[in-house]
Design a protein around this ligand. Structure first.
Ligand SMILES: *[C@@H]1O[C@H](CO)[C@@H](O)[C@H](O)[C@H]1NC(C)=O
Ligand SMILES: *[C@@H]1O[C@H](CO)[C@@H](O)[C@H](O)[C@H]1NC(C)=O
Ligand SMILES: *[C@@H]1O[C@H](CO)[C@@H](O)[C@H](O)[C@H]1NC(C)=O
Ligand SMILES: *[C@@H]1O[C@H](CO)[C@@H](O)[C@H](O)[C@H]1NC(C)=O
Length: 369
């Protein structure tokens, strides 16, 4: 426990001074009837703790002034709220802007979807600086069913936007843990059939279409449909460089011919490696961007039809990505992904910056209960 304040008073305009190893801040409370002992720290699991004993209060308004002079005022005027437990003390604190965002850290994990959990234990107790409060979290995605050893070394990074109320950083290793989690969960796989290939494509999943790539295929299985199981062979790798996000995907394609009696005959397996780059921007409270293909390569891993060249198939896949995949992805990225907001809390003037090893979102927050 690093921050502690106690008082037992019935007052208006009460000032608490919180002191820590790294700085101090004042908490002014108006319209207060309180009997409280508050401690802010982190426990052994990295959970932010706001603890209290003998706590009973009603608060009209709160104001926080950091030592450096930055001032955040609560615009909340709710009266006569009884604060009787640990959680409600946290919500008194959350009435100020400063505390309203970090409060979600009271829970240290978040089930992102049925497969993946995002866990963000505090590594240190919150650091209180001259004009800010810093929360240092680990930030790891993991698979619910197959939690593996985290195969990355976390990058150290420094957030340095002094002009916004809140700055959030996500390191490259946190982003990569998401790819690792989805890969471990075994859900990065798709079964492609001919009906999923766009009608305009001259190449079908039909052995006849593959005559120029693998003459042996239609010879052995004339005019039959095919099926492809596409899956990641290792976790995707994401790299953050200045203004550039690169994603490398490593996969395999198991290709089958569908025999007339519906049996699947395996014919060959390809290893696939693809590298994409993206630029990301904030626009109208949405995350937007633009993606390009750097590179794609195919290698024959095994074949029931004898060896064959993969170069011309690689060219067709590259063209397919340019003609069919990227326009669709870029249309989605252009229309943008809205940032989370609630009716009470919205982001104001957010900026996004991709740096070496991490991505940072800095924003002001508007809070109107
Ligand atoms: C595969 O393509 C050939 C040539 O276009 C066609 O004759 C044949 O019917 C197709 N096979 C199937 C199962 O659709
Ligand atoms: C982004 O980085 C990748 C990997 O270093 C590189 O291949 C690509 O050309 C870069 N893209 C831009 C637009 O700088
Ligand atoms: C389907 O046909 C193939 C080849 O004609 C044959 O080898 C296989 O045993 C058949 N499978 C079934 C389930 O009838
Ligand atoms: C592009 O593919 C080639 C051939 O597989 C590979 O050697 C190279 O490292 C790849 N480059 C990138 C940027 O992924």
């Amino acid at each position: 426990m690093i921050v502690e304040a106690s008082c037992c008073l019935n007052f208006d305009g009460l000032l608490f001074r919180f002191r820590t190893d790294s700085g101090s801040f004042d908490l002014a409370v108006y319209g207060l009837a309180v009997s409280v002992l508050v401690g802010v720290g982190s426990d052994s699991t990295g959970r932010l703790t706001v603890s209290s004993a003998n706590c009973d209060a009603s608060v009209g308004d709160l104001e926080v002034t950091f030592h450096g002079g930055t001032r955040y005022e609560s615009i909340n005027h709710r009266k006569d709220r009884r604060k009787t437990d640990r959680k409600t003390v946290a919500s008194v604190l959350s009435d100020t802007h400063v505390f309203s965002v970090p409060l979600f850290l009271l829970s240290v994990s978040y089930q992102y979807d049925p497969y993946v959990v995002f866990e963000f234990p505090l590594i240190h107790p919150p650091a209180i600086g001259a004009s800010n409060m810093e929360f240092d979290c680990k930030g790891e995605f993991y698979s619910v069913d197959h939690r593996g050893e985290f195969p990355f070394t976390p990058e150290q990074f420094q957030l340095h936007d002094q002009n916004r109320m809140v700055s959030l950083g996500l390191s490259q290793s946190s982003a990569n843990s998401a790819g690792f989690a989805y890969h471990s969960a075994g859900i990065l796989r798709i079964r492609l059939t001919d009906s999923m290939i766009p009608k305009v494509s001259p190449i079908r999943l039909n052995t006849t279409s593959f005559e120029s790539f693998i003459p042996e295929l239609p010879k052995r299985y004339p005019g039959m449909l095919m099926l492809v199981d596409l899956f990641t062979s290792q976790q995707p790798l994401i790299t953050f460089q200045t203004d550039n996000v690169t994603a490398q995907a490593f996969g395999a394609a198991k290709v089958y011919v569908i025999l007339p009696n519906a049996t699947l005959a395996p014919v060959f397996v390809l290893d696939i490696c693809a590298s994409f780059s993206a630029k990301l921007f904030m626009s109208d409270l949405k995350l937007t961007g633009f993606m390009t293909l750097n590179n794609v390569s195919l290698n024959l891993a095994s074949s029931e039809l004898g060896p064959f060249q993969t170069k011309s198939m690689e060219n067709v896949i590259r063209a397919g990505i340019h003609l069919a995949v990227l326009p669709e992805v870029n249309a989605k990225l252009k229309s943008g992904i809205p940032l989370p907001a609630t009716p009470e809390v919205s982001l104001v003037n957010p900026v996004l910056k991709v740096n070496q090893g991490f991505v940072m979102l800095a924003t002001d927050v508007s809070y109107s209960p």
